[in-house]
Design a protein around this ligand. Sequence first.
Ligand SMILES: *Cc1c(COP(=O)(O)O)cnc(C)c1O
Length: 361
Amino acid sequence: MQNRVFNFNPGPSALPVAVLNQIQEELLNYKSTGMSILETSHRSPEYEEINTSTITLFKELMGIGNEFHVLFVGGGASTQFAHIPLNFLPKGGRAAYVDTGTWASKAAQEAERIGNVHLAGSSKGADYTCIPGASELEIPEDSAYLHITSNNTIKGTQWHSFPDTENIPIVCDMSSDICSRKLDFSRFSLTYAGAQKNLGPSGVTVVIIRDDFLQKCNPDLPTMFDYRTHVSKKSLFNTPPVFAIYMLNLVLTWINNLGGLGELEKITKAKKDIIYNLIDTYPDYFRGTVRKDSRSWMNVTLRLPSEELEQKLVAKGKESGFVGLKGHRSVGGIRVSLYNGVPLEAAEKVAEFMEDFKKEN
Ligand SMILES: *Cc1c(COP(=O)(O)O)cnc(C)c1O
């Protein structure tokens, strides 16, 4: 692929080349309509087909049935931070939140603007380098829901098992690891994710909501803030982000063609193992920043012996065709993001580059 770099951007991030090629092919003349999908009504049969098949693909890939609704909305995951408590945090009630990093605490802060938040657990004391164990969580029985963030994009931690909350619904921000591994998705009453890390471009947020949870939503909200509006109109109440959903469809089809989430998970694991092996082989040089049992399979975070070396690695990487390796501005260091669109070859090549860099520096 001429002039393509190995792209480790944390989001928006790499997309499968096959998908980009297909978009290019279809851009001027979508399915013999003589126009682009960008120029097509969202009420057209062509778009209806995209909308319906994207919903079906999600349900198939995630192994969830018709008790779940799949919605495509705007505003990013950050808007969901408010929409969720607006809909599900009743007056006088409370919701439980686990604070595992920047996005998790932003979600909790938004909820605090709307109602009572109970801090069910936190890894703040450990500088967010781990996920609290199930026994460390304290979830009041009267919680309207428990909110967790399955992958912490900035610090590089991930939940590898989920708490058994019995009757308390789990709400999960999966923005940075959705559809990268096989999970029992039926455990989550509401899952949401901005598409721009693992599923497609920015501009669309996926919300997957179980019908029994939907029934509990606040009936007094403005139309666009009420999840039921989007459920009843199949995300076509107003003009949806058509192009982003079309791309989502292509990425899901690509995952399906790979063999689904089971097969994709094998690739995910192979990629993260390559980078963590480097950390485990040279722990004094490539200093992993998180506890082993909480390691993210999506965002591998590490420090080098000095900030100078880190800057040098980022700059040298860029020169050599490896972009996006700089850690988040709030934490520094190196971050290797390995989302779905990042091929195995990219992980292999960047590991070789890092090992060579170590020898030379
Ligand atoms: C990137 C990210 C967000 C923010 O998503 P927006 O779509 O930009 O609002 C929220 N949560 C997590 C876990 C993220 O990684």
